[in-house]
Design a protein around this ligand. Sequence first.
Ligand SMILES: NC(=O)c1ccc[n+]([C@@H]2O[C@H](COP(=O)([O-])OP(=O)(O)OC[C@H]3O[C@@H](n4cnc5c(N)ncnc54)[C@H](OP(=O)(O)O)[C@@H]3O)[C@@H](O)[C@H]2O)c1
Length: 253
Amino acid sequence: MRVAVVGGTGVLGTAVVRELGARGHEVRVVSRTAPATGVTEHRAADLATGSGLESALNGCDTVVDAVSARRRTRSVMVDGVRRLLEAERQAGIGHHVEISIVGCDQVPIAYYQAKVAQEQVITTGEVPWTLLRATQFHELVTEILALPARWRIAPHTTAKVQPIDVSAVATRLADAVDNGPAGRIPDIAGPSVHTITELADIYRNHSGRKLLPLPVPIPGRIGRALRSGALCLDERGEAIGIGYADWLSRLTH
Ligand SMILES: NC(=O)c1ccc[n+]([C@@H]2O[C@H](COP(=O)([O-])OP(=O)(O)OC[C@H]3O[C@@H](n4cnc5c(N)ncnc54)[C@H](OP(=O)(O)O)[C@@H]3O)[C@@H](O)[C@H]2O)c1
């Protein structure tokens, strides 16, 4: 099958491209900037404007959307996915595979609200779809902890997350490509629920650095939702892949 992975140069997209390639699919990476190495086919396109989309999708059977934008989020991820779906419709794409976030409808953070709007565009769109919700990737946890660690600080809060290995997410998305349009499929997360304090301890032990614990109060509805575990799996989801401590230790071995 020929599969376009839009956002195929990002953290998730790279893992999806690798997994689909290993399964024998012809993979086309679509993003604004070409990857440095290792990709056989790249097409430039910008979801914020729609430029390049037509030629990017030409000849493909399936599209996986792994685009993320922390700035201009709605323009890229909500209006942008609308542009993407219209280009898919015109190109005769038979399956759109989308990744979203566990609990995004429970936590009033702007990025998560954009994911809810993005889900709606896909689930009410004309292109047959599969939608998978996953929890935060280990890479994101590390990014959140590495920044304050530069000032020797470890954030302490009882906000809960259940981070996942991105390769397990990529495997599920590749399964979705192989299985064809299936609608919303079961949510996935990593094996353990952790507070940020616990993850900061794991990170500190791994890095061997002395970090000063700093309480980080998260006020209001966002804080209540995060402390209640709104971003973690409920009983219908599935826990897969390796946990944060094992993932960190594999980074250095
Ligand atoms: N990170 C997490 O913890 C997490 C957890 C659950 C779900 N997700 C979801 O997984 C998806 C991927 O997230 P990620 O963290 O892997 O993202 P990422 O590493 O930030 O990668 C973003 C990708 O989007 C591309 N992109 C950005 N703006 C674009 C535009 N205007 N037009 C075309 N491509 C554009 C980037 O390439 P260029 O900049 O070259 O265009 C890059 O390939 C998102 O839907 C996110 O919500 C993420």
